[in-house]
Design a protein around this ligand. Structure first.
Ligand code: FES
Length: 152
């Protein structure tokens, strides 16, 4: 199987059966993110641990395969990570889908399937939607808020 086909398979799998999808009644932070270019939205629920790390994370909403797969992969990768690790991963993922560098960092694991997005600049907002919501959740710290993919 070609690598590109494998990547597409992973993205389709996560968009059809998103992991960590649903509500979180005891969430500490809720962020409603939207992509104004298409009207798609994500609702991100986060619970922080005593050290400010990511104890639990879930999402709901609707969007294209890229946005759903990106959110699903993000929650799997980041659950249980410290604040510093999350921030580093957000930066690395943004580079992955935007930068014109050759190699994707190994620490991104399965998230590297999103690298193909960089060839389609209009899809970067799709890939970043969940990540912008997560950044906002950390900035907020508690309560309910909103964020938009503008500007990425
Ligand atoms: Fe709306 Fe991708 S087309 S998030």
């Amino acid at each position: 199987m070609e690598l590109e086909e494998l990547y597409q398979e992973v993205i389709l799998d996560h968009s059809r059966r998103p992991r960590n999808f649903g509500e979180m009644p005891d969430a500490g932070v809720l962020v409603h993110g939207d992509n104004p270019a298409c009207g798609d939205e994500i609702h991100l629920a986060v619970k922080f641990n005593a050290n400010g790390g990511l104890e639990d994370i879930k999402f709901s909403g609707r969007g294209c395969a890229i946005s759903q797969a990106s959110a699903s992969l993000m929650t799997m990768k980041l659950k249980g990570k410290s604040r510093a690790e999350v921030m580093e991963m957000v930066r690395a993922f943004h580079d992955l889908v935007t930068a014109d560098t050759s190699e994707a960092p190994n620490n991104l694991g399965d998230l590297r399937v999103m690298q193909g997005v960089r060839k389609f600049p209009q899809r970067v907002k799709c890939a970043m939607l969940a990540w912008r919501a997560l950044q906002q959740a950390f900035e907020q710290g508690s309560g309910e808020g909103t964020v938009s993919t503008e500007p990425v």
